[in-house]
Design a protein around this ligand. Structure first.
Ligand code: SAH
Ligand code: SF4
Length: 354
């Protein structure tokens, strides 16, 4: 078993770690807990970013509705299936379908059908995670019944005041919260997370984010450093942006979350790699156990830029696979090919619920 749950004050101290020794110690502690609680295997979720059409207008995001410089695209069902087939052929075990948020009936039907088709194509083999924002509980239910079993929806920040400074007035913190609850009730494994190093966000906020993950009993955590997108309202703060600080905070947050939550799945996200070529390996060494290789068709990648300097835009899925497996074995970890790699926490909480 891990140590007893860290207090808010302990979390603040961990998040503030700056010197080389303090950080090494923190990451080593988190890594030990990862080995004990979820093991040494890294699981892959091939991510398909299938559309950048979004009805929302988050102030930080490059594909927000009002960004007229973004060329909009939606992949066809056949194109998505082709990417999913690739993931299956690569033995990835799972995929993530991510896109901008749409709630219209055509979109809801489209997702329902594509999830079902991917399940059929892979003979039930591929695990499917959705990351498609806020939807009605009927929609979540339909997508669950068609075969998706995990859902990622970040709270972005658990500080309500900060949340409202980052979103227009009609983006509702409470609605986002109730989505998390509804997804859980339906039976999804639920992932949430925050952006780290947001303008106006304090170390105390980040400690509270971790306590929030614990309180809502999250199964999976996906966090990444906030990175400026030049065509967004939040880019006015560009001169304060310190990539080294963002990377450090992103890694400290992974480590502190592993220490506090122990048996959840935690992703080493692409945003880490946008700040450092080795960002994702550093994430694994700080306690993460999930990697999301990009399997989107290369021709669409440059149009799905939530933030600047997104890596691997000119690569294809095969190159990403070769590069990643090399990087992961290079740090002494193993890849859990052909496995769903579900969150151990999900099974434990379900046993307790019975
Ligand atoms: N539309 C869906 C899924 C796509 S956005 C949704 O919002 O849930 C996925 C995630 O990208 C968001 O949750 C947000 O945390 C992250 N993101 C958006 N803009 C970003 C930025 N500038 N820097 C870092 N992460 C960002
Ligand atoms: Fe749309 Fe998601 Fe970007 Fe917000 S973060 S603008 S919902 S894609």
């Amino acid at each position: 078993m891990g140590t007893s749950a860290p207090s808010r004050q302990n979390l603040i101290q961990m998040l503030a770690a700056e010197g080389t020794d303090a950080r090494r110690e923190l990451y080593q502690q988190a890594y030990r807990i990862k080995l004990e609680q979820v093991g040494k295997l890294v699981y892959f979720r091939g991510i398909i970013e299938f559309s950048n059409i979004c009805t929302k207008n988050c102030y930080y995001c490059g594909i927000r509705r009002e960004n007229t410089t973004t060329k909009r695209f939606s992949m066809s069902a056949d194109e998505i299936l082709e990417c999913a087939k690739l993931a299956h052929d690569y033995n990835y075990g799972s995929i993530v379908l991510q896109a901008g948020e749409r709630n219209d009936p055509e979109f809801v039907d489209f997702v329902e059908t594509i999830v079902r088709d991917i399940k059929t194509m892979s003979d039930g083999g591929l695990g499917i995670t959705l990351s498609l924002g806020e939807q009605s509980s009927e929609t979540y239910q339909r997508w669950f019944e068609s075969g998706a079993h995990r859902y990622l929806i970040r709270i972005e920040t658990s500080n309500r005041g900060l949340y409202s400074s980052l979103h227009p007035e009609d983006h509702d913190f409470d609605r986002r919260l109730s989505c998390i609850r509804e997804l859980r009730d339906i039976g999804y494994q639920v992932g949430t997370g925050v952006m780290v190093g947001l303008p106006g966000q304090t170390i105390e906020d980040l400690a509270d984010d971790i306590l929030f993950f614990k309180k809502i009993d999250a199964d999976m955590i996906g966090m990444g450093p906030y990175i400026i997108h030049h065509d967004t309202p939040l880019a006015v703060n560009a001169s304060d942006f310190d990539p080294a600080r963002q990377l450090r905070l992103g890694l400290n947050m992974i480590a502190a979350t592993r220490i506090a939550l122990e048996d959840v799945n935690i992703a080493a996200t692409t945003a880490l790699q946008a700040l450092d070529p080795k960002g994702r390996e550093l994430g694994l060494q700080a306690g993460a156990n999930i990697i999301m290789p990009n399997i989107t068709h290369t021709r669409y990648r440059s149009s799905y830029q939530l933030y600047d300097n997104k890596p691997c835009l000119d690569e294809n899925a095969g190159l990403c696979r070769a590069c990643l497996s090399h990087r992961i074995t290079g740090i002494g970890e193993e890849i859990g090919y052909n496995q769903w790699g579900d969150s151990p926490h999900f099974f434990k909480r379900n046993q307790l619920d019975k």
